[in-house]
Design a protein around this ligand. Structure first.
Ligand code: SAM
Ligand code: SF4
Length: 487
């Protein structure tokens, strides 16, 4: 059980090892394709109704942390209906893929998974469903492309899942949940939480921005925020179940608008959360630069439980490209926000997302992105080659940076960032940090701990340290992680 946990929580690589590969899987908002079946489940999170059957489900998740958390909620709904999770699709009666369509490669993954059933025709009585962004994007055309699929449901319709499942169980062959006309979040208390320490809470769904390259507004629908009192109530319940770390999620978490009479600003919500007894750490991702206010920085300064970490995607260092991307800020405006974060009374770690090779990006534009890396001095960068997407403004523009050139720019950017990270991590050598021990590597007899600034430290340890907060002194640094000894 533990070695599996270690796999999940193994040291993050901010910039992937091999040059020219896109970052994926380890950023605060992104996850590798993985099964939702992880080892440790808090008791009492999901109450199963009477064992109505021996039905089983397999749910595989692609894409961002929000998808991973959506899957936790979907699993909770399924378990409350008497379904039992299994680790592979062969054993499952219900097979679900929670999909991502942010880039073409991600969207293709689900069709290659579905191809397995098509070829072998060995899916028999199994029910197969496609959830999430590809479901929303492709809609009913998925039934033509993959006739073995019976359920197609976008994330905005998850609250209809119990009804859709009931229809499938009573023999309906094809059901869909594809409306984006939804003004509420997916509220369920039936969440099967997979991470034993950090509880994810989606506080805002959808996106009202219109970045020229991005599918999210068309796959997740308009912004909907959850009432602050419901969020804080959920935090209290989680603390009662021994969670010490809360991570707020949203495509643009800081665009949060409290629909309840309390009308808390995002910074006020953070402050209230940090003040809840039992909450030791609060993280939030992803922040949009346009809605990032000094109030958020002040909240972090004033509340030690708010982690000293901000993920603030810039996408490009060139104002010309930012304007074409419709990001709503210039390079200078973005750097003003970075400056505000850097002037905080306690050091705050900053990470970002960058797209290289967007339509008409010149060598000069790319040079500005490189120079922005030097100015911002990020602790992590997640970098991607531009991938044209359906239902976006840029779809009609020439994707005129050749693939090979996109790859070259990606490698150059990652190499520059590697040097910055190594230099920054080296300044941690000799210092002591409090870490939450999140994993143990039996082969190396090493514990893996995370600082509040989201740095990973490997240090000699014991398996039963997992879940504890310990002080660790850093003895060596690499670009992506630190090495230490217990302080
Ligand atoms: N809402 C966040 C923001 O605006 O900064 C970002 C959320 S987006 C789902 C995650 C990241 O995927 C983006 O920051 C961007 O770097 C990347 N991304 C989105 N669309 C892309 C595309 N068409 N091609 C390449 N990367 C893309
Ligand atoms: Fe996509 Fe832009 Fe919305 Fe972020 S703000 S989710 S990049 S449209």
């Amino acid at each position: 059980m533990r070695s599996k946990l270690v796999q999940i929580l193994a040291p993050a690589a901010a910039v992937e090892g091999s040059e020219g590969r896109e970052s994926r899987g380890k950023n605060p908002g992104w996850a590798s394709p993985r099964h939702t079946l992880l080892p440790t489940l808090p008791t009492g999170t999901v109450t199963c109704s009477a064992a109505t059957s021996e039905r089983t489900f397999y749910l595989e998740t692609f894409g961002c942390q929000m998808n991973v958390h959506d899957s936790e909620k979907v699993s909770g709904v399924l378990m409350s209906r008497g379904y039992r999770p299994v680790e592979n699709h062969e054993e499952a009666d219900l097979i679900l893929y929670n999909t991502c369509s942010i880039r073409e490669k991600a969207a293709q993954k689900v069709f290659s998974r579905l191809g397995v059933f098509k070829k072998g025709h060995h899916y028999g009585q199994k029910i197969i469903g496609v959830l999430g962004c590809v479901a929303q994007q492709e809609g009913e055309s998925i039934f033509d492309r993959a006739p073995q699929v019976s359920l197609v449901c976008g994330s905005a319709s998850y609250s209809r899942l119990p009804e859709l499942l009931a229809r499938l169980e009573t023999g309906d062959r094809r059901v869909t949940g594809l409306s984006l006309e939804i003004d509420e979040c997916f509220e369920t208390e039936l969440t099967r939480r997979d991470n034993p320490f950090r509880a994810y809470i989606t506080i805002i769904e959808g996106c009202d921005k219109e970045c020229a390259y991005c599918v999210v507004p068309s796959t997740r629908g308009p912004e909907r925020s959850r009432p602050s009192e419901k969020i804080l109530e959920e935090c209290r319940r989680l603390v009662d179940r021994s969670y010490t770390e809360i991570q707020y999620l949203g495509q643009n978490v800081n665009s949060y608008r409290d629909p309840s009479p309390a009308r808390l600003s995002f910074a006020e919500l953070l402050a209230r959360t940090a003040g809840l007894p039992g909450v030791k750490r609060v993280r939030f991702t992803t922040s949009h630069p346009r809605d990032f206010t000094p109030e958020i920085v002040h909240a972090i300064e004033s509340h030690p439980a708010l982690c000293d970490q901000v993920h603030l995607p810039v996408q490009s260092g060139s104002s010309r490209v930012l304007a074409r991307m419709l990001r709503g800020y210039t390079r200078e405006e973005y750097l003003t926000k970075i400056d505000c974060i850097k002037r905080a009374r306690r050091a705050i770690s900053i990470s970002t997302d960058i797209i290289v090779g967007f339509c008409d990006e010149t060598e000069e534009d790319f040079g500005e992105t490189l120079s922005l890396l030097d100015l911002a001095e990020y602790d992590q960068v997640f970098s991607f080659k531009y991938s044209p997407r359906p239902n976006t403004a840029a779809r009609d523009w020439a994707d005129d940076v050749p693939e090979e050139e996109k790859g070259r720019r990606l490698s150059v950017l990652q190499e520059r960032q590697r040097e910055i990270q190594l230099r920054r991590n080296q300044t941690a050598v000799g210092r002591e940090f409090e870490v939450l021990v999140e994993g143990f590597q039996p082969r190396l007899q090493q514990a893996v701990g995370r600082t509040t600034s989201n740095r990973l430290i490997n240090f000699p340890g014991e398996p039963d340290w997992i879940g504890r907060y310990l002080n660790v002194r850093v003895t060596a640094a690499g670009p992506n992680s630190l090495v230490g000894v217990r302080g």
